[in-house]
Design a protein around this ligand. Structure first.
Ligand SMILES: [Zn+2]
Length: 469
């Protein structure tokens, strides 16, 4: 026995400094590696997305499909063995798309492919028929003289640039969010934008827009990228380009949907939580496979894998299917406000969300106390065989995690390869066939490792500076 004991003592000694810094022992690491390997042999994620996109399909917030998706998520979590599944209310105004049509009347009559932007009003009793004034970007529109667009349709043609991390979206998306307000300020009767997406296919890209109190609410829609090209080519000929726009859309009464929450109960600190999740709602054009059926499938499967362990982690792992992310982060905000009201922000060890499609994860980033970085680095070691690098700077929490991070909760990001994300995102082309099941398995492995080790470590991830509202 003696040699064995000595060896054990030696290995414990060797492990001691590492343990002190990471709060994780070799058994914990072995358990995390086991989760990783099980996920890589084949996870449930694709089956979950297949079920959601087939049985529910598009699930625009506040529609009957939203209610069906909530029931679906609850039943799915229960079937996957979560210890506790419950709903929390999320209230928001409901926007409905009825129809949208556009065509060129002159000089070269032909139909156009458009989609109304989320929140847009319709064109009213009679379609709008007006001449186009094209702008290269939002700033050019802002620089137009007051009243210069009286009775005109403003068209903004800025093009989103493709990047692996999606950073082309931010600079381009102002045309969508602010275009209607700026066009109306100059007197325009409607605004059309080039789709904020990278697809060369003839699918238009929807997404939210907003109005301001002091200017008229004018209809707003996106042209598919090829149709934006077409308008540019016509305008370049110097002849007046006249369009007909017929949009029926409206914002109706408030509706209460739900965040759907499933938990794997922590064995020692059940009141402390690590959250992972995705958003359950989608736009109405596709079936919401990559945005964000993938995030739902990945995090449901990762949570369920942790639930199958013989010994639960010390803290609770909470999987959240957020309501209505698309139209204003309503689910993430409601979740954060409910936790703040209950004094539960300090109980949040870590939050992460999967909402960037179905491409493989290539980096781990985090926002945690300095004292927790050795744990993040250790998690990174377990993730390294998945092709994931740990980056000690940069990154940001997922959209629905943002509101609780602003209240001081730590976050992690598992950054995905989004090189083709904006080819499908918010279009009719966001469908299940765009998802590689093996890529989902890699992500389930990463989320399971991250959630398990963050929930297991004896190190507290601390808190972040609280941001003003
Ligand atoms: Zn999304």
């Amino acid at each position: 026995m003696r040699p064995v004991r000595t060896l054990l003592a030696l290995s414990l000694l060797a492990a001691l400094p590492a343990f002190a810094a990471t709060g994780l022992d070799p058994d914990d690491i072995a358990a995390a590696e086991g989760l990783r390997e099980r996920a890589m042999r084949g996870s449930e994620a694709w089956n979950v997305v297949e079920s959601l996109t087939t049985e529910i399909g598009p699930r625009l917030a506040g529609t009957p499909a939203d209610a069906k998706a909530v029931e679906w998520a609850k039943a799915k979590m229960q079937a996957m063995g979560f210890d506790k599944v419950y709903l929390e209310p999320v209230t928001f105004p409901v926007w409905l798309r009825h129809h949208e049509r556009a065509e060129v009347l002159a000089p070269y009559p032909q139909p156009l492919v458009i989609t109304a932007l989320g929140g847009s009003v319709g064109t009213g009793e009679t379609p709008v028929e007006a001449e186009v004034v094209a702008f290269a970007n939002l700033d050019a529109l802002k620089a137009a003289p007051e009243g210069s667009l009286e009775g005109k349709i403003a068209v903004i043609t800025n093009r989103m640039v493709r990047f692996k991390d999606g950073r082309g979206y931010g600079p381009a998306v102002g045309a969508r969010s602010q275009g209607a307000v700026e066009a109306a300020r100059k007197g325009a009767v409607a605004v059309l934008i080039r789709s904020i997406g990278t697809s060369s296919n003839r699918f238009a890209h929807t997404g939210t827009m907003r109005y301001a109190e002091d200017v008229p609410r004018i209809p707003a829609a996106a042209l598919s990228n090829p149709d934006a090209d077409l308008i540019e080519h016509m305008v370049a000929r110097g002849k007046p380009v006249r369009l007909r726009l017929d949009i029926a859309a409206e914002t109706v009464a408030d509706y209460t949907s739900h965040n759907v929450i499933g938990e794997i109960r922590g064995r020692e600190l059940p009141g402390e939580v690590v959250t992972i999740g995705g958003h359950l709602d989608s736009w109405d054009l596709g079936t919401g496979a990559i945005d964000d059926g993938a995030g739902i499938g990945i995090t449901f499967a990762a949570g369920a894998l942790i639930g199958q362990l013989e010994r639960a982690p010390r803290r609770t792992v909470r999987v959240i299917a957020y309501a209505n992310e698309e139209q204003g982060l309503y689910g993430g905000k409601a979740y954060a406000e409910a936790r703040a009201a209950a004094g539960e922000i300090p109980a949040h060890q870590l939050g992460a969300e999967s909402d960037f499609g179905a491409g493989r994860i290539y980096a781990l980033r985090a926002g945690v106390d300095a004292a927790a970085w050795p744990v993040v680095a250790k998690i990174g070691e377990v993730l390294a065989p998945l092709g994931i690098a740990t980056e000690s700077t940069g990154g940001s929490p997922g959209p629905d995690v943002g509101p609780i991070v602003a209240k001081g909760a730590p976050w992690a990001q598992l950054a995905q390869d989004g090189i083709d994300y904006f080819d499908y995102h918010h279009t009719a082309n966001d469908t299940l066939d765009k998802i590689d099941p093996r890529a989902l398995d890699q992500q389930v492995a990463a989320y399971a490792v991250l959630a398990y080790l963050a929930a297991e470590t004896e190190v507290d991830f601390g808190s972040l500076p609280v941001k003003a509202d």
